[in-house]
Design a protein around this ligand. Structure first.
Ligand code: HPA
Length: 278
């Protein structure tokens, strides 16, 4: 086993949680928010922000994906104590699923009970007109890896139920906020692939047949680990492009980041609206 393949391990969860807790002082975050590619500016709205570089947290590697900052931002949003992760760890960087899920496990250790995950994704459903936002109704794990592989972590179930991965009540709340704020919000199924190459047109046709509405390369490890600890999840995809083969244009990461930046304001409004009603 090389170091990338090691499990999170209770000691690394504890060490990372202790390091973050020392920086938080009296702040006790209730909600954690994970920001996807191009969505980093959502963290700018956090009040009384405490910035914790991920390099200061034991076991957290430096995020390598362009568009990911590499810090935790703690503070309040709409009066709710939050912890925002700007820069996630992807399996395509060579990280084990346990490492991708380490921040979620650390958040749980710190007392977080709600996880809001965001990502950039390609739109598969033909009616999606990017850039647009999609509420994640459910996911399909096509990474063929799982953060719960290996030794059972303290406080986690061996076989967690996954029948309500993205909390029904939180989704209803998100739809209400979108309606009130006049923000277009689609809803659909997110398929997670390993990446980092984008999909082929044949793969997108396959995903459409499997019932996927959007495709990306993240989110699922965190959500599985969170559900194994009883944390409720809410997820948003920023649909930054139509998936491969559905338009003549080739895909580029620059396009994904630019479209994400255009959606970041709306996404921040949605998240703040949900937090205000928790
Ligand atoms: N495919 C996979 N991941 C993505 C895409 C895509 O088309 N767009 C943004 N992230």
């Amino acid at each position: 086993m090389n170091h990338r393949e090691q499990g999170a391990g209770s000691s690394s969860i504890g060490a990372a949680a202790d390091a973050v807790a020392r920086r938080l002082g009296a702040l006790e975050p209730r909600v954690a928010i994970v920001l996807g590619s191009g969505l980093g500016s959502v963290a700018d709205a956090v009040q009384s922000a405490i910035r914790i570089p991920q390099s200061a947290i034991p076991g957290f590697p430096k995020p390598a994906a362009p568009g990911h900052k590499g810090e935790l931002v703690a503070g309040t949003l709409e009066g709710v104590p939050v912890l925002v992760q700007s820069g996630r760890f992807h399996l395509y960087e060579g990280h084990a699923p346990q490492l991708a899920a380490l921040p979620a496990r650390v958040f749980a250790r710190l007392g977080v009970r709600t996880l809001i995950v965001t990502n950039a994704a390609g739109g598969i459903r033909l009616t999606f007109r990017p850039p647009t936002l999609m509420l994640i109704a459910d996911h399909i794990n096509l990474m063929f890896r799982n953060p719960l592989e290996g030794a059972l972590e303290e406080g986690e179930q061996r076989f967690p139920d996954m029948s309500d991965p993205y909390d029904r009540e939180l989704r209803a709340l998100a739809r209400e906020v979108a309606l009130q704020q006049q923000i277009g919000l689609e809803e659909g199924v997110y398929a997670a692939l390993l990446g980092p190459s984008y999909e082929t047109p044949a793969e997108i046709r396959m995903l459409a047949r499997l019932g996927a509405d959007a495709v990306g390369m993240s989110t699922v490890p965190e959500v599985i680990a969170a559900r194994a600890r009883g944390i409720r999840c809410l997820g948003f995809s920023s649909i930054t492009n139509v998936a491969a083969g559905l338009s003549a244009a080739p895909l580029s990461h620059e396009e994904v980041l630019a479209a994400g930046a255009r959606l970041a304001g709306q996404l921040a409004t949605l998240i703040r609206g949900v937090l205000a009603r928790l």
